[in-house]
Design a protein around this ligand. Structure first.
Ligand SMILES: NC(=O)C1=CN([C@@H]2O[C@H](COP(=O)(O)OP(=O)(O)OC[C@H]3O[C@@H](n4cnc5c(N)ncnc54)[C@H](O)[C@@H]3O)[C@@H](O)[C@H]2O)C=CC1
Ligand SMILES: O=C(O)[C@H]1O[C@H](OP(=O)(O)OP(=O)(O)OC[C@H]2O[C@@H](n3ccc(=O)[nH]c3=O)[C@H](O)[C@@H]2O)[C@H](O)[C@@H](O)[C@@H]1O
Length: 432
C-alpha cells in the first residue's frame, strides 16, 4: 500500500519504518530540513534499539523515502498518517496547532480519496476538528481515523511489529477495511484489532497512559510509606504483583515517571476533565505526587550531609528518563540535578546515550564524564537516576577507590541492600 507519514519524530519514524518493513511504499514528511537531509543520507536521527537495521534495509529496498514537501506526501499516500507533536500548552491542555495546521493543508491539496489517520495522542473530539479542518477546503471524499500509538521508547520496534492490540477509531466501512488490510501482518499472533468510534479510541490512549502513570505513582506512595513503617517495598511489590489482577509490571517505585508522554498526557486528560466539567481527583493527586517524587532523594541527601551540601562533588549515573533511550524530556535526573546545583553541589554526570542532549540543555553547568567510573572521581556521593543495565553489576571496589565518600543514593533500587552494605558502602534507596 502507498503510505505517507507526516511528522518523522519518534512515532513517525518508527511507524514509517515498520510499515515499510511489511512491503508498503512509505514516504515520510518532516518540516525539519536538517533531519530530512540526514535521513535521506541513511542516518537514523534518534537512538532506538533495532531501528537502524530496519531503517537501512527499507531505504535500500527503496520502500522508505523522505521529503520536506507535504504536497508530495499527500500525492503519494492513499493512507496519510499524522504523527505530529501534541505538546503541553500553557494551560496543560494538548496543543493541536500542528495537527490542525496540517489538516487545513490536507483539505487544500488532496485530489482523490484519502484516509487520514491520527497517530498522535489527542483529546476526545479532535478527529471531528480534523474532519472539519479538512472539509473546509476539500473537494474530494476522505475519512478520518483515530489510531492511537501504544509503543514504548526503547522497545518501539517490537511494540510496533508485534502490538498487544491495535485500536482503530472509525465508522466508515471503507476506511476500516483499509486499516484492517494494512495492519493484518502485525496481528498474525492473534492479538486483536479493536474497532470502536473515534472518541472512544482517543480516550483509550489517554486512559491507558494515565492509568499506568497512576499505577507507578501508587507504588511510589507505598514506597514512601514503607520507609515510615519499616516495610520493604521490594517484598510488597512482589507480594502484590503475583496477583494476576494487579500484575507484575509497572509496579517499580523510583524517582517518579518522566518522558515525552506520561507527564503531558496526565495533564491533558486532567485539563479535558475541567473543560468538560469533570474533576479528575485521581489525576490531580498523580500530578502532585509525581512532582514531589522526582526530588524525593534530595532530603535524604541533605540529611546524610547534615544540610551542608555546598561544594560537595556529586556523581550522577543516568540522565535519560528511562534506559534504552537518549530522550531526556521530563527526565527526573534533570530535577535532581537542578536541586543539587541550587544547593551548591558540583555535578559530574554519565549516561550511555543521553549526554549530548543534556549538554545541549545544561551546557557547562555540570561536568560530563567519559564513563561510569570516571564520573566517580573524587565524588562525595553517587546518585543513580536511570536503571541502565551497565549500572546493575558495578565493580564496587573500583567505585570505592575512585570515590571520596562511600555512599550511594539510588533512585531506581538497582541493588539488593545487603549486597551494597557488605561492601561497606552506605546505601540509601526508595522504600527499603
Ligand atoms: N514518543 C513516544 O514514545 C510516543 C508518542 N506518542 C504521541 O505521538 C505524537 C508524536 O510524538 P513524537 O513522535 O514523540 O514527537 P516528536 O516531537 O519526536 O516528533 C514530531 C515531528 O513532527 C515534525 N513536525 C512538526 N510540525 C510538522 C509539520 N507541520 N509537518 C511535518 N512535520 C512536522 C517535527 O519536526 C518532529 O520531527 C505525540 O502526540 C505523542 O504524544 C504516542 C506514543 C508513543
Ligand atoms: O504515549 C506514549 O508516549 C507512551 O508512554 C509510555 O512509554 P514511555 O514513555 O516510552 O516509557 P515507559 O516505559 O512507560 O516509562 C515511563 C516512565 O515511567 C517510569 N516507570 C515505569 C515503570 C515502572 O514500574 N516505574 C517507573 O517509574 C519510567 O522510569 C519512565 O520515567 C507507555 O508505556 C507507552 O505505552 C505509550 O505509548
Amino acid at each position: 500500500m502507498k503510505i505517507a507519514v507526516i511528522g518523522t519524530g519518534y512515532v513517525g519514524l518508527v511507524t514509517g519504518t515498520c510499515l515499510a518493513e511489511t512491503g508498503n511504499d512509505v514516504l515520510c514528511i518532516d518540516i525539519d530540513e536538517n533531519k530530512v537531509k540526514k535521513m535521506q543520507q541513511g542516518e537514523v536521527p534518534i537512538y532506538e534499539p533495532h531501528l537502524d537495521v530496519l531503517f537501512e534495509r527499507n531505504i535500500k529496498a527503496n520502500r522508505l523515502k523522505f521529503s520536506t514537501r507535504l504536497e508530495e506526501g499527500l500525492a503519494h499516500g492513499d493512507i496519510i498518517f499524522l504523527a505530529l507533536p501534541t505538546p503541553e500548552d500553557e494551560d496543560g491542555s494538548a496543543d493541536l496547532q500542528y495537527i490542525l495546521g496540517v489538516a487545513d493543508n490536507i483539505g487544500k491539496s488532496i485530489k482523490d480519496y484519502k484516509v487520514i489517520v491520527d497517530k498522535s495522542t489527542v483529546p476526545v473530539g479532535t478527529s471531528d476538528k480534523v474532519k472539519a479542518a479538512i472539509a473546509k477546503h476539500a473537494t474530494v471524499d476522505f475519512d478520518v481515523v483515530s489510531n492511537p500509538e501504544f509503543l514504548r521508547e526503547g522497545f518501539a520496534v517490537d511494540d510496533f511489529l508485534k502490538p498487544e492490540r491495535i485500536v482503530i477509531g472509525a465508522r466508515s466501512e471503507r476506511a476500516i477495511a483499509l486499516m484492517e488490510k494494512l495492519y493484518k501482518p502485525y496481528v498474525r499472533s492473534g492479538n486483536p484489532i479493536i474497532i470502536m468510534d473515534e472518541k472512544s479510541a482517543e480516550l483509550t490512549k489517554y486512559a491507558s497512559n494515565a492509568f499506568l502513570a497512576a499505577k507507578i505513582t501508587f507504588m511510589n506512595e507505598i514506597a514512601n510509606f514503607c520507609e515510615k513503617v519499616g516495610a520493604d517495598v521490594d517484598k510488597v511489590r512482589i507480594g502484590m504483583g503475583t496477583d494476576s489482577r494487579i500484575g507484575k509490571r509497572f509496579l517499580f517505585p523510583g524517582i517518579g515517571y518522566g518522558g515525552s508522554c506520561f507527564p503531558k498526557d496526565v495533564k491533558a486528560l486532567y485539563k479535558s476533565g475541567i473543560d468538560n466539567n469533570y474533576d479528575f481527583k485521581i489525576l490531580d493527586a498523580v500530578l502532585e505526587v509525581n512532582k514531589k517524587q522526582k526530588v524525593v532523594l534530595i532530603p535524604k541527601i541533605e540529611n546524610y550531609f547534615k544540610g551542608d551540601l555546598k561544594g560537595k562533588n556529586i556523581a550522577v549515573w543516568g540522565l535519560a528518563f528511562k534506559p534504552e533511550t537518549d530522550d531526556i524530556r521530563e527526565a527526573p535526573a534533570l530535577d535532581v540535578i537542578e536541586s543539587l546545583l541550587n544547593l551548591g553541589c558540583n555535578i559530574t554526570a554519565f549516561d550511555p546515550e543521553a549526554m549530548e542532549n543534556v549538554q545541549r540543555k545544561l551546557g557547562d553547568k555540570i561536568t560530563y564524564a567519559d564513563g561510569m567510573y570516571d564520573a566517580l572521581e573524587n565524588a562525595d556521593a553517587l546518585v543513580i537516576c536511570t536503571e541502565w543495565s551497565i549500572f546493575r553489576t558495578p565493580n564496587f571496589e573500583r567505585m570505592k577507590a575512585k570515590m571520596k565518600g562511600h555512599v550511594i543514593f539510588d533512585g531506581r533500587n538497582l541493588y539488593d541492600v545487603p549486597d551494597v552494605e557488605n561492601e561497606n558502602i552506605t546505601y540509601i534507596s526508595i522504600g527499603r
